[in-house]
Design a protein around this ligand. Structure first.
Ligand code: ZN
Length: 323
């Protein structure tokens, strides 16, 4: 820390990404770079009040750390949370896995952080913001970010921001019905995309096909590479469903770049080569977007939270971030 003591203060913001099991935090500099990173458990077993207290404590500790290390406290904070989020009012409306309802998280944080500006964002849209500005969609004026994890969500990028929709539900491509009358989905419909093409759905299908209850989507991808016919069938069915859902989305949105992330995208070209072919096969008049893997991995949410915080301080330059 010695060298820092003699330098001028470093302007920075707090970035916090709250997940179902863990929280990732950072202090982010003006170019979005992460100056300091920390992680800790969300501790949802202790109940929603304790989770909120844990978030506020973590943020306050980061602010104190920043003041000591960089010579001034954070100028703003950005926080990404799962579930339904009303970003405009700063309210975490609902999160099934964390148990809160109508939580005024933005105001609680601002109060705890001595009144600095605080932005609250939806986890996937915030991650998408980072992928669009500083990750795989960098330079794309229109993009769609689709992480394939336990479920499937989406972030619609337009001119450097992410569209939330009138009620905060925009981008929910995982619940586009691709197999009418198909598998029931917890959302109440049948045949939703995420029942076929999420990492969880592929894991489930492969475990049933190979008879090993512990086999997952990554094992399926490996078996595809070795030419296992059952694995090829399971993988093909997921890729076809995904292509059906993505073509619906690109017909509506005409994105320049389609960014695919989450656990299933870790299969690399085992996913991307057949996926690009399947999308190409389905389009007629639509323009093909470039289909690329996400670049930021599990730091996307944290980087995006930092961008949200910087946007509060400087609204004049929303589309270009210089590292
Ligand atoms: Zn659904």
């Amino acid at each position: 820390m010695g060298a820092q003591d003699t330098l001028s203060p470093v302007r920075h913001v707090i970035a916090l990404d709250v997940g179902g099991t863990g929280m990732k935090a950072a202090l982010a500099g003006a170019g979005g770079e992460l100056l300091h990173q920390a992680r800790r458990a969300t501790g949802r077993a202790r109940g929603p009040e304790a989770v909120v207290e844990g978030i506020l404590d973590f943020a306050a500790e980061l602010r104190a750390y920043g003041e000591e290390r960089f010579g001034e406290p954070a100028a703003a904070a950005g926080v990404a949370v799962p579930g339904i989020v009303d970003a405009a009012r700063g309210i975490a409306v609902y999160a099934a896995n964390l148990g809160w309802r109508d939580l005024p998280l933005r105001d609680l944080l601002a109060e705890r952080l001595d009144g600095i500006p605080v932005a609250l964002g939806h986890d996937v849209r915030t991650g998408g913001l980072a992928e669009g500005r500083v990750g795989a969609g960098r330079g794309a004026d229109r993009f769609l970010f689709v992480p394939l994890g336990t479920g499937i969500a989406g972030a619609i990028g337009i001119d450097g921001r992410v569209e939330a929709g009138a009620h905060g539900f925009a981008g929910e491509i995982g619940h586009v019905v691709v197999r009418p009358g198909g598998a029931p989905c917890p959302c109440g419909q049948h045949g939703c995309l995420e029942r076929y093409a999420s990492a969880a759905a592929v894991s489930e299908a492969w475990a049933a096909a190979c008879g090993d209850p512990d086999a997952d989507a990554a094992d399926c991808a490996k078996a595809v590479l070795s030419g296992d016919p059952d694995a090829v069938r399971v993988w093909r069915s997921a890729v076809d469903a995904l292509a059906d859902g993505l073509v619906t989305a690109l017909t509506l949105l005409d994105p320049r770049t389609l960014i695919i992330g989450g656990g299933l995208a870790e299969a690399g070209e085992t996913l991307f080569t057949p996926l690009r072919a399947a999308v190409r096969q389905r389009v007629t008049f639509q323009k093909l977007p470039s289909i690329v893997p996400a670049a930021l991995g599990d730091t996307a949410g944290c980087l995006g939270a930092g961008l949200l915080a910087w946007d509060l301080l400087d609204n004049t330059d929303r589309t270009e971030v210089t590292p």
